[in-house]
Design a protein around this ligand. Structure first.
Ligand code: IFG
Length: 539
């Protein structure tokens, strides 16, 4: 039995003192909880002693045994016989290991456990759920066991973080001991929805940038990538029945640049790459507001029948679809149908935010019909909190961002909430006034601020059981390159990933910042252009 106590910073040292005294006295009784200093009672550390003290997200349970497994040129990856999923995961692991070690690690179903890495979906612990896993590291071999492939994938991300950071290098690393500390780890996520949103409408980001970003997200067990595909400044997804949406609507971006868009083949490539990393793509077509790109592409979509000019500024709240015209609903129907056909994930995001130019009854009419169209395609609708004004379907998810009353209204209707409070999770906010990139309308969000919150403690009446999970939106009014994304997203996104995955009890900035500081070498090896926040003891 592992005890977790909620500690406030100022009681931390006193509690640690008491814990040590109790530990000494209680030793014979509670061997597990106290004998293993890296058990995840978020034990305080000043420096990380092994990579077991560097893991983000923090696993549910770690029992360290103080020795090492060493990966060598003789190591094999052993999978259950006749398992295509495990063979694929084994090949992914081999591909991840090869560049830095130079080892061509074979994947086989016929080799002993000794000296090897075993991936198995048998005799599992059903309390682990669909994404949980056990990772057992002994001097003579490593074993990952799970009920589902996703659990094996997340066990592999933990194993990856236990290897020296040099494993992330794309070139041969000489003289590195590929040691992994021995331990038994049992782990599973707190929330099912652990996401981030990338706004590809204000500034467009191509397929290769999105795939690279997905590589980073997977390392921290993020499993949802919400793509904001349309807005006033750009329409970014090819809709074959409405070709001018991309021909015209996709031709510009904030600042007047040439914009761009995903063909349906591009989108399929992103969806497939995300699926290989156990990430579900959540496409958003924002409506009825934030629609100037569509209104500039098709005159008939405007109530006055006049096409709007393309817009390359950063104002919001000035555009709306026309509730009184049947063509509006044909447009919505065609877009949602084509989007659902190319989206294997269960969710279609219909936006609904900042519709200041839409009359209230028109908003209700258009959003209710959009929600029904999504359901007709067999998908779950997602919307920003403003959609709580309409009668929600029981399957609809509501995304909290800036209005707590609407979020509480959504919970009263029985909706599950994706928590994205702007003051905590908007990673397009500046770190502090000196940050060149980003905005500051919600807050300046230092790394410490982005970590010190809990989704179940933000709003009265919005508790653990009402929450689908967390998501950190990155709006791209001020970001133009992947480097810009990396600088705003890291290190804050690693903290949001932990808040979505790890146990709440005992979580504290003072403990987390040491683990985060140890990630610097990994960020660097991955080529992530992260912000070296002064509040973090970077190692
Ligand atoms: N709010 C707008 C976004 C974006 C954002 C920038 C939402 C739901 C401010 N809507 O956040 O379009 O402009 O921080």
């Amino acid at each position: 039995m592992l005890y977790r106590v909620r500690m406030h910073r100022w009681t931390q040292s006193f509690a640690v003192l008491i814990t040590c005294v109790v530990a000494f006295v209680a030793m014979p009784l509670q061997q597990d909880a106290f004998m293993n200093p890296s058990s995840p009672t978020y034990a305080m550390a000043q420096m990380t002693t092994t990579s077991l003290d560097q893991l983000i997200p923090m696993p549910v349970s770690i029992k360290a045994t103080g020795e090492n497994f060493t990966l060598t040129a003789d190591t094999k990856i052993v999978v259950d016989p006749d398992s295509a999923a495990l063979t694929t995961l084994g090949q992914q692991l081999a591909a991840m290991l090869q560049p830095a070690t130079g080892y061509e690690v074979p994947v086989t179903d016929a080799a002993p456990h000794e000296g090897n890495i075993r991936l198995s979906m048998m005799d599992t612990d059903t309390t682990l759920g669909d994404e949980g896993y056990t990772l057992t590291i002994r001097t003579d071999g490593v074993a990952i066991s799970a009920a589902q492939p996703a659990g094996i994938f997340y066990g592999l991300q933990t194993l990856r973080q236990l290897l020296p950071a040099a494993i992330e290098a794309k070139t041969l690393q000489q003289g590195v001991a590929w040691d992994v500390p021995t331990a038994t780890i049992r782990d599973y996520p707190r929330f099912a929805w652990r996401g981030t949103m990338l706004d590809v409408a204000r500034h467009f980001f191509g397929v290769e940038d999105v795939k690279r970003y997905i590589d980073y997200l997977a390392l921290y067990k993020i499993n949802r990538l919400h793509l904001h595909l349309s807005d006033d400044q750009g329409w970014r997804i090819e809709i074959k029945s409405w070709p001018k949406l991309t021909e015209i609507g996709g031709s510009k971006e904030v600042g007047g640049g040439e914009g761009g868009y995903y063909t349906q083949a591009d989108y399929a490539e992103i969806v497939d790459y995300a699926a290989q990393h156990f990430i579900t793509i959540v496409p958003e077509i924002d409506m009825p507001g934030h629609t100037n790109a569509a209104l500039a592409s098709y005159a008939e979509l405007n109530c006055d029948g006049k096409a709007r000019e393309l817009y390359t500024g950063t104002n919001v709240g000035f555009s709306t679809l026309c509730a009184d015209k049947e063509v509006t609903y044909q447009f919505m129907e065609d877009v949602i149908r084509e989007l659902a056909a190319m989206t294997p994930g269960a969710y279609i995001h219909i936006g609904g935010d900042e519709s200041s130019a839409t009359k209230h009854e028109d908003y209700l009419k258009m959003v209710e019909r959009a929600q029904a169209m999504v359901a007709a395609q067999g998908k779950q609708a997602v919307g920003w909190e403003e959609i709580a004004r309409v009668k929600l379907l029981p399957t609809t998810l509501v995304q909290n961002w800036n209005n707590n009353n609407l979020t509480q209204e959504a919970v009263k209707q029985g909706a599950k909430i994706i928590m994205s409070p702007a003051k905590k999770t908007y990673i397009d906010m500046k770190y502090d006034p000196s940050t060149k990139l980003g905005l500051n309308w919600a807050a300046y969000i230092e790394v410490l601020d982005a970590y010190q919150w809990d989704p179940a403690e933000m709003l009265p009446g919005v508790n653990d059981e009402d929450i689908a999970g967390v998501e950190a939106p990155l709006w791209s009014e001020t970001t133009q390159t992947l480097d810009d994304i990396e600088f705003l997203a890291f290190p804050r996104l690693a903290g949001h990933a932990e808040i979505g995955w790890s146990p709440a009890d005992g979580r504290s900035w003072d403990e987390y910042k040491v683990r985060l500081g140890a990630q610097a070498a990994r960020f660097a090896a991955l080529g992530i252009d992260f912000y070296r926040a002064p509040s973090v003891p970077w190692q």
